[in-house]
Design a binder for this molecule. Structure first.
Ligand code: SAH
Length: 364
């Protein structure tokens, strides 16, 4: 299939002059190219896909109360930070801050930092938060986060957008999946040699021909940094995303536009690209950095433990007129977002168990 758009042609040109791209490099360009990258140029929420905070305000409210409670449980540090990674439209943060008014000392203690690479979405977040009356500051890059005070970090559907490398088992052994281009700018997958010592972790089991092993160094390196920050300065991180615990093999790279699956390579920049999050790898990275890890547990289990039903019974209908009951079912039912979506918490060793989790839920 010929690359349909300008970004596809630019990628093809780059590949012809500099060689194939890893899947991770392709994802980075398709999502973040400053002229045509998917996130860099648009607000996709609603038109392409919908996320939990956009489904019901209860989601952000419960996350806000979670943060306030964990701050309280850690001795109510006077100078703390509330950080959100990839805040989308700013809805989660707005709902979280409104709910956290129940604990005004928390709101007085925190500086709010939003980590957002997209100028379009940062502008949306700024509009949204100006209505909340609480000052916030933006950084474009996770490397600009500093951990000089207790930090309470939240990320919903952020890690699924981080780039992954894919390796495929072939008749010749493991190969890296790469993106190539032909003379008429058609992008296609191909496989490239890897060092002969390359192996997938043995706990994944036997790799049959066709098996795909995914790894996201961007995700694990970030989790390791965050965990180190939380261990040294205090605080906690709560990550919610769709994903698995890192067992077995599978190709989870997907393109979505207008609520439909699309071709990953056909029109880069015009569709969202994501992968299922490997919670097992994230948990190991956090433990390696010396942190306490709880979960992952299903989003349904997590939200129910936080009292979503009680909150539901006090709210009749949400702002879109969509029945609030249906919204909560969508977030919590096993057949919908209740099991595929999972929550993982990272805390300093010895910190009290946060709401929603129980000791012994650490699984990976
Ligand atoms: N948390 C929001 C949005 C999820 S979409 C919600 O639940 O609705 C992913 C978000 O992460 C977008 O805001 C996107 O622009 C941002 N993002 C993706 N990759 C990023 C990166 N590497 N650095 C900073 N922000 C990023």
């Amino acid at each position: 299939m010929t690359a349909q758009n300008d970004l596809g042609r630019r990628i093809a040109h780059q590949i012809r002059s500099q060689g194939p791209l890893s899947v991770a490099q392709f994802m980075t360009i398709a999502l973040h190219d400053s002229r045509a990258g998917y996130y860099a140029t648009r607000d996709p929420f609603g038109s392409d896909f919908i996320t939990a905070p956009e489904i019901t305000q209860i989601f952000g409210e419960l996350v806000g109360l979670w943060c306030a409670q964990v701050w309280h449980d850690q001795g109510r540090p006077e100078h703390a930070r509330l950080i959100e990674l990839g805040p989308g439209r700013g809805t989660l943060m707005c709902d979280a801050l409104r709910a956290a008014r129940l604990m005004p000392e928390f709101l007085q203690a925190i500086e709010i930092v939003l980590v957002e690479s997209s100028p379009v979405l940062a502008a949306r977040q700024s509009d949204r938060l100006s209505g909340c009356g609480i000052p916030a500051r933006w950084v474009r890059d996770v490397s600009q986060i500093s951990y000089d005070r207790p930090s309470f970090m939240i990320a919903n559907e952020f890690f699924d957008a981080l780039p992954v490398h894919q390796f495929v088992m072939t008749a010749q052994g493991w190969r890296e999946r790469v993106v190539t281009a032909d003379a008429d700018d058609t992008l296609a997958f191909a496989s490239a040699p890897v060092p002969p010592t390359f192996r997938a972790p043995p706990e994944r089991g036997d790799a049959r021909p066709g098996a795909v092993y995914e790894i996201s160094p961007a995700a694990t390196a970030l989790v390791e940094d965050i965990a180190r920050g939380v261990v040294s300065a205090g605080g906690a991180a709560l990550f919610i995303d769709y994903g698995h615990e890192g067992c077995g093999f599978g190709d989870t790279l997907q393109a979505v536009g207008r609520h439909r699956f699309a071709d990953v390579l056909a029109s880069p920049g015009s569709v969202d690209l994501t992968c299922h999050v490997d919670f097992g790898a994230m948990a190991r990275a956090a433990r390696f950095a010396g942190a306490q890890v709880l979960g992952p547990i299903g989003q349904g289990q997590f939200l129910r433990a936080l009292g979503i039903e009680a909150r539901l019974s006090r709210l009749a209908r949400n702002r879109d007129g969509l029945c609030e009951h249906a919204a909560v079912r969508r977030l919590t039912d096993a057949g919908e977002m209740g099991t595929l979506f999972k929550a993982l918490a990272i805390l300093p060793q010895g910190a009290p168990t946060p709401p929603g989790f129980t000791k012994g839920t650490e699984r990976c």
